[in-house]
Design a protein around this ligand. Structure first.
Ligand SMILES: [Zn+2]
Length: 182
């Protein structure tokens, strides 16, 4: 069993032959596409994956992945910490053609090589686990800056209503003063 900080690459063939279990963590920053969805790349991904040999001698991977990440709250636009977790059930195939032959309910990952990034086994599932509209819980947004910003916008509108009219009048007055001189 592999445990603790995990290597970036795994020999999925060997693990399947040994019915190996991989348990441990790796840095979130190893997940490039998933990382693009986050406010920052702090933290680790924790996982436990069991490898076995399935149909057509393919590697099957079952397990669980979890992490805690910071996303942008869609109410206050500040970071909100969200815990994500997902079950993993994937089949490793060698090519796009093989991937297309899988049953509809089977998830496949292409790896032509026996060595594959451990991140590839869990990245898609983590991306799917990210909420469409991440936000703090009701009333949990810090300082509610969102509401303050709205008030300011409303104030500015009032200002423009009261402030710009006198200027327009002034311009008219200046225009009239200038008229006789021209
Ligand atoms: Zn918020």
């Amino acid at each position: 069993m592999l445990a603790g900080p995990l290597p970036e690459l795994l020999d999925h063939r060997k693990l399947a032959n040994q019915q190996g279990i991989v348990e441990g963590s790796f840095p979130v920053k190893q997940l490039e596409r998933f990382g693009e969805m986050l406010v920052d790349l702090a933290g680790d991904v924790n996982l436990r994956l069991a490898f076995s040999k399935g149909e057509h001698d393919r590697t099957e991977v079952h397990g669980h992945v979890a992490t805690e990440v910071r996303l942008e709250c869609q109410s206050c636009l500040r970071p909100v910490t969200i815990r994500l977790s997902s079950e993993i059930a994937v089949i490793v195939v060698k090519s796009e053609a093989e991937l297309e032959k899988l049953e509809e309910e089977q998830d496949g990952i292409i790896s032509a090589d026996k060595l594959m990034p451990i991140a590839a086994l869990v990245e898609d599932e983590l991306m799917l686990a990210v909420p469409m509209i991440p936000r703090h819980g009701d009333g949990e947004c810090p300082d509610s800056e969102y509401a303050v910003t709205e008030d300011l916008a409303a104030e500015k509108q009032d200002e423009s209503a009261t402030t710009y009219r006198p200027f327009a009048g002034l311009a008219d007055a200046i225009g009239k003063q200038n008229e006789p001189e021209s």
